[in-house]
Design a protein around this ligand. Structure first.
Ligand code: ADP
Ligand code: MG
Length: 222
């Protein structure tokens, strides 16, 4: 029964995704067609048109490459992995962007917390959430990453000083293609939820007392 329900839920998500993809690709295509027609008609402003056309193509490019990640029959290779090691790898990767935006990353990650997981998938989740936090902190500030555990759960808290997320938006942000960013794909949270789900984990979104948002990732700990 439970499996049946999960199956039909997946179908809905797949159907929903297909419709959104068609939409996401059709809009830039329509715009490209329009600009090509203008160019064909010998209308001036070529430079400007090429710039917009390139932007539309880049948008389709990023949507399709993120989708390939979702549709790829994900190899599911589970190994015992240190949270500290995985997070430090990811933070090294994100540090340049953080510094450019005057963001300090502070970590509190004890050694010895291990989760049984597909390493590259879980790192992808960390990348998606930390990237969002950095992108939210346009004014710079402090980004904290704290890890803790209970007997059988690990908690990864990503605490930003961004503008926060309003109650209406919290319900929408994980929908495929929902984005408030000029060049966003709106796929990061959806992919993260899928990966967490496969690992029997989940995420919680909490407003901070003063400023910003905490994304809490919960996963079974070894
Ligand atoms: P994208 O980053 O491409 O927009 P995501 O699925 O990663 O797609 O995020 C969807 C939306 O959720 C973002 O566009 C943003 O509006 C909102 N969001 C995500 N993380 C945060 C955050 N830490 N602070 C504020 N808003 C956020
Ligand atoms: Mg994102």
């Amino acid at each position: 029964m439970e499996e049946q329900m999960m199956q039909s839920e997946k179908m809905t998500v797949a159907g929903q995704l297909a419709a959104s993809v068609a939409h996401e690709i059709r809009n830039p295509l329509t715009s490209l067609k329009g600009f090509l027609q203008l160019l064909q008609a010998g209308i001036q402003k070529e430079e400007e048109y090429y710039k917009i056309m390139l932007e539309e193509i880049e948008k389709m490019e990023s949507v399709t490459s993120e989708l390939l990640f979702v549709s790829k029959p994900m190899t599911d290779e589970r190994t015992s992995e240190s949270l500290k090691e995985m997070l430090e790898d990811v933070i090294t990767l994100m540090n340049t962007q953080a510094k450019m935006q005057s963001i300090t990353i502070r970590t509190e990650i004890p050694t010895g917390i291990f989760i049984f997981c597909d390493r590259s998938q879980i790192k992808q989740v960390f990348i998606n959430i930390i990237k969002n936090a950095i992108e939210a902190m346009q004014e710079g500030g402090l980004l904290e990453i704290k890890v803790s555990r209970t007997e059988n759960r690990a908690y990864i808290d990503i605490i930003d000083e961004g503008p926060g997320i309003s109650d209406d938006l919290v319900k929408k942000i994980a929908e495929p293609f929902f984005t408030t960013k000029k060049n966003g794909t709106g796929l990061g949270l959806m992919i993260s939820n899928q990966i967490l789900d496969k690992h029997n984990g989940y995420m919680e979104i909490h407003p901070n007392a003063e400023i910003g948002t905490t994304f809490r990732l919960v996963l079974p700990a070894e």
